[in-house]
Design a protein around this ligand. Structure first.
Ligand code: HEC
Ligand code: HEC
Ligand code: HEC
Ligand code: HEC
Ligand code: HEC
Length: 251
């Protein structure tokens, strides 16, 4: 993920510059200096615009300094709304970075690996040609960075994959089962990581490492929607865990 690395380096550089330039008022959280966040967090949470900002609060993006301007553009240093909003376009405007067809590449600036897998899928082609098909925010939300639960995921797939439309109507139930499997595998790996405290370089350490990368790969493959490949990756993960030597574990 070279792009993400670059972003991280840039972020570190920027925060360095920031500390230098604000040495006078040290100790402040860097997002409190972001005028988008500042002003929007004061808007009523009962308004549509307010709800969006309040949803972002507490998200993984907030914790990692992915502020409003990273997806919407604009000038996060301008205090006045009109100057801050220059370049911020409504999601209904085809030139907007958050127009539905442009969302994958906007997220892809930082999530290159997921974006790449997604562009390899038939769904992406559908999105490009007809504007129909799930995009990143269908499953993750635009502000909250969560993942739909298995039941809701099945409902999303069911919008197109049903008997009436006739395109692979078995998919919703299978997608649900696969997502449950991802979650169970995740829990299994975490449990084993807690149970084993392998020394670096030991066989157990390498099995856990292998399991971890198979799980990562399964999550990534989700973005190409090839459910059989995902199942295959999860089986690989399971095989690595089965190889763990159960001796010397602390209960
Ligand atoms: C001083 C207050 C203030 C600042 C600073 C500010 N906003 Fe806003 N923003 C508002 C208000 C109020 C609205 C709703 C009314 C409107 O759209 O004119 C709004 C609306 C929006 C909308 C919805 C636009 C639409 O067309 O539906 C977006 C997106 C947005 N702001 C993003 C940003 C971003 C990104 C920044 C920083 C670069 C920012 N805002 C800075 C007050 C602010
Ligand atoms: C990770 C990217 C991302 C971040 C960060 C983000 N947004 Fe959004 N936002 C989107 C996307 C994508 C949409 C359009 C799709 C949707 O509404 O689900 C959207 C829609 C909106 C809307 C509805 C208006 C419209 O044009 O549809 C408002 C208002 C808004 N965002 C404000 C904010 C504010 C304020 C922040 C910071 C507190 C913020 N957003 C942070 C991606 C982001
Ligand atoms: C400016 C960079 C940036 C942009 C743009 C961005 N993200 Fe992120 N995102 C991050 C960072 C940093 C994290 C923290 C975790 C990590 O290292 O992946 C993150 C985390 C996430 C996670 C949670 C991953 C986990 O570990 O649980 C999801 C889901 C996500 N982003 C989805 C999106 C979506 C959808 C969009 C577009 C609407 C988007 N992101 C746009 C930088 C970004
Ligand atoms: C059809 C639903 C769906 C769509 C569309 C989708 N994702 Fe995901 N995404 C998932 C699932 C499921 C996971 C695995 C979640 C888990 O860890 O339980 C995931 C995981 C992620 C993660 C975290 C990976 C990790 O290490 O845990 C990121 C980042 C992400 N997606 C970004 C994106 C981006 C960017 C797009 C658009 C190009 C996108 N997703 C489109 C369902 C989707
Ligand atoms: C908005 C409509 C739409 C939604 C929602 C949707 N799909 Fe699709 N899907 C399609 C279309 C159209 C095709 C392509 C059919 C073709 O051209 O062969 C397709 C094809 C597929 C294929 C077969 C790809 C191949 O190898 O040929 C899979 C697997 C798939 N979708 C999984 C899913 C999953 C999982 C979900 C829910 C997370 C989902 N789809 C949601 C429209 C949709």
């Amino acid at each position: 993920m070279p792009k993400l690395k670059l972003t991280v380096i840039l972020l570190i550089l920027f925060s360095g510059l920031f500390i230098l330039s604000t040495a006078g008022h040290a100790g402040k959280d860097k997002t409190t200096e972001n005028t988008c966040v500042n002003c929007h967090s004061k808007l009523s949470s009962s308004s549509f615009v307010g709800v969006k900002s309040h949803n972002w609060k507490g998200s993984i993006h907030q914790k990692n300094g992915v502020t409003c301007d990273k997806c919407h553009g604009g000038n996060p240093a301008a205090a006045k709304m009109n100057t801050a909003h220059v370049g911020v376009l409504s999601s209904s405007n085809p030139r907007s970075s958050v127009y539905f067809k442009n969302i994958p590449s906007t997220c892809g600036k930082c999530h290159g690996a997921e974006y790449y897998k997604f562009t390899q899928s038939k769904h992406f082609k559908k999105l490009e040609t007809s504007g129909k098909g799930p995009d990143c925010v269908t499953c993750h939300g635009s502000m909250v960075t969560t993942v739909l639960n298995p039941e809701d995921m099945a409902n999303v797939c069911d919008r197109c994959h049903n008997d009436r439309m006739g395109i692979f109507p078995y998919i919703p139930q299978k997608a649900k089962a696969v997502l449950l499997l991802i979650r169970e595998s995740n829990a299994l790996l975490i449990a084993d990581q807690k149970l084993y405290h392998p020394e670096t370089g030991s066989l157990n350490a390498s099995y856990l490492q292998k399991a971890q990368s198979s799980l990562y790969s399964a999550k990534l493959e989700w973005h190409s929607f090839d459910l059989d490949v995902i199942i295959n990756r999860l089986e690989k993960m399971d095989n690595s865990l089965k190889k763990l030597s159960r001796k010397n574990t602390r209960p």
